[in-house]
Each structure stands twice: as structure tokens, then as C-alpha cells.
Design a protein around this ligand. Structure first.
Ligand SMILES: [Zn+2]
Length: 354
């Protein structure tokens, strides 16, 4: 009887020991998992460090057309997804562009094929998607815009608001103002120190109204020894920083603009000039009047200033944006111009099909 009881208590102890063993084991596994999770966020913090944006304007236009034409379809073709699929296929080299490739991507997506299935063997598709979305992300969508009231005569000046879907961004130069340009990204510059030209120059007449390409907040406004009078505007998603430089002497900006102001794509923000290349404010030291237009991508705030800045070639983007130029009128008795048709860039829900 005694032996029996002893063996019973031994069994209980043994069982308790086993339970303890398994509990300790599971704790060990959990702490190892936690340690692994502690490492993961570091990997998640990796961000894109370089982008070569080389998509020709014609290809952007074709993708945009497909996007707009299908904006109310069951399978809406997102232009950035189409371009990223092409980018992944060509390794970013758009000299390999073939119309049939774009048609293939459009047909497969339209038939309901999932992009994840289409890109299963494309290792770099996520990179191109993120990179192109950073460049083009704010350009297309729903917006409200003023148009002439079709019920009234054009002379009456009566306007109504309509909801549109399409290109929201504008060319940096106002409609009706001539300019000339060429692909000058990366050309050598020697003022101050030898460096590469990280923008796009648009030669025009002093006083030409400069237009906000995308909506955003004014982040920089004032004198810079290279850019002269310049404006820096950050997109609302904070991924793009637009830099407009060498603005007009004495009257560089739209008068109400200050750091922190919100601007809408298509607004007049300043005036073309030839200031810059001087430590003395308000100095004209540029021979040929032009707008220096730059576009910087920011995947992480550490890339905003310093050696890790990503500036992209805007030549093809500017060419692409020529289809959307802001119409402006002179404000009587001032040196200012203002836009004719206002735009409301806040995302509005899509119009339901009847
Ligand atoms: Zn320049």
C-alpha cells in the first residue's frame, strides 16, 4: 500500500517535471521568435536608395490613356502598375519598349488575371512599382475643376464645378508662354564646386508665370546661393520635393506665398528670371533666363539633405505634362498673374455609373 502510494506520488512528480520541461521549452522558442522579430524591423527599414527614371513621355501617355479609359471598369488598369510591369520586364531600359508588351499587360489585367500571378517570376517588380509610384503617385486621380458654364455665353465668365478623372498635374510653365529645353540632366556645372546638374532647365522670358506642378506645401522659400530666389514644394504624401529656381529679381513669388502655404497643382507660384550663383541676395548672375525645375524623391527623411539625395531626370516628365498647361490671366495693376480655372485636388469618390 505504501509502495503503491509512493509510486503514485513519483508519477505525479514525473508528470509535473514533464509539464515544467515543456513549458520551459515553449518559453525558449517564444523568446527566440521575439528575438527574430526584433531583427525584422531593421530589415523593414530598408528603403529605395536610387531611382533612374527613364520612361519616355509617349509610353507614359499610352499607359495613362489605358488608365483613364478603364477608370470605371471592373478591372481598372492602373497606369503605374502597367509601367512597373514594363519596367521589370525591361530592367528599366525603355529603349526596349514594344507596343505589344503594353497591350499584353493590359489584356491580361483586363481579363482579371492578378498582378501577383503576372509578376511571380519578376523579382524586381516590387522595386519598380514603389519607385514609379514615388515619381508618379500624385499625378492621376479624381479631382474637381471649374469649367465655363455650358448654359451661359463664354463672355459672361460664368463657371461651374465638374468632377473629372485624369491628369491632375501641370506643366511648370503657364499656357501660352514659349520655352525651349533639352535633356540636360547630369550635365556638368562649375559654379561653387564641380557638380552635376540635378534638374531640368526651361529657357523662357523673364516674368513667365511658373506653375505648381503638383499640389503640396511650401517647404522652402527665399534665397539660395545656387538657385537664387527659389521655392521648394513637398507633395502631400511627402515623397516628392519640387524645386523651382532662378526666379525673377525683385518680384520672384506669388505675393501671398510663404513657408507652410498649401498650393494646388496649376497655381501660379512665381516668375521665371535669372537670379542665382551669388551669395548676395537678389542678384542676377545667370546669363540665360530660365526656370530650373528639379524633382527629388524621398523614401526616407535621411534622403532629404546631403549625399543620399535622389534627383531624377525630369525631361520626359515635363514633356508628358505639356498636355496640361495652366491658363493664366494678368492681375491688373500688378506684376502678378493668376490661374483662370480653379481646381480642387482633394480626392473625391468616383462617380457611380447609372
Ligand atoms: Zn538648372
Amino acid at each position: 500500500m505504501k509502495t503503491n502510494r509512493l509510486s503514485r506520488s513519483m508519477r505525479i512528480i514525473l508528470i509535473q517535471l514533464l509539464i515544467l520541461f515543456f513549458l520551459t521549452l515553449s518559453l525558449c522558442i517564444k523568446s527566440r521568435q521575439a528575438a527574430a522579430e526584433n531583427v525584422l524591423p531593421v530589415q523593414k527599414e530598408s528603403f529605395i536608395r536610387w531611382v533612374d527614371f527613364t520612361i519616355p513621355a509617349e509610353v507614359m501617355e499610352k499607359a495613362l490613356r489605358l488608365d483613364i479609359d478603364t477608370c470605371q471598369d471592373k478591372h481598372h488598369l492602373d497606369w503605374i502598375t502597367l509601367l512597373a510591369w514594363l519596367g521589370a520586364r525591361y530592367g528599366g531600359d525603355f529603349s526596349r519598349f514594344r507596343q505589344k508588351d503594353l497591350e499584353e499587360a493590359a489584356a491580361r489585367l483586363s481579363s482579371g488575371e492578378a498582378i501577383s500571378a503576372m509578376t511571380a517570376d519578376m523579382k524586381y517588380f516590387p522595386y519598380y512599382l514603389e519607385a514609379y509610384r514615388a515619381v508618379l503617385g500624385g499625378m492621376v486621380g479624381y479631382f474637381r475643376q471649374e469649367i465655363d458654364d455650358p448654359e451661359s455665353s463664354p463672355e459672361s465668365g460664368k463657371r461651374i464645378w465638374v468632377t473629372k478623372y485624369g491628369l491632375k498635374d501641370f506643366s511648370p510653365i503657364a499656357k501660352g508662354f514659349p520655352y525651349s529645353d533639352y535633356d540636360d540632366f547630369g550635365a556638368s556645372r562649375s559654379y561653387g564646386f564641380k557638380r552635376k546638374h540635378l534638374g531640368h532647365d526651361m529657357m523662357g522670358q523673364v516674368g513667365t508665370p511658373v506653375i505648381a506642378v503638383e499640389s503640396g506645401y511650401v517647404e522652402a522659400l527665399g534665397w539660395n546661393r545656387y538657385g537664387g530666389w527659389r521655392i521648394g514644394i513637398r507633395s502631400f504624401d511627402r515623397k516628392r520635393y519640387y524645386y523651382y529656381a532662378h526666379l525673377r529679381k525683385n518680384y520672384p513669388y506669388q505675393s501671398e506665398l510663404k513657408v507652410g502655404s498649401a498650393v494646388t497643382a496649376g497655381d501660379v507660384i512665381g516668375y521665371l528670371g535669372r537670379t542665382g550663383y551669388s551669395d548676395t541676395e537678389n542678384t542676377n548672375n545667370i546669363d540665360t533666363p530660365h526656370l530650373h525645375f528639379g524633382l527629388q524623391l524621398i523614401f526616407d527623411e535621411s534622403q532629404k539633405e546631403g549625399n543620399n539625395e535622389i534627383w531624377i531626370d525630369c525631361y520626359e516628365i515635363v514633356k508628358f505634362l505639356q498636355m496640361n498647361q495652366s491658363q493664366v490671366i494678368k492681375v491688373d495693376g500688378t506684376k502678378e498673374w493668376r490661374r483662370v480655372y480653379r481646381q480642387d485636388d482633394s480626392a473625391v469618390p468616383p462617380i457611380k455609373r447609372l
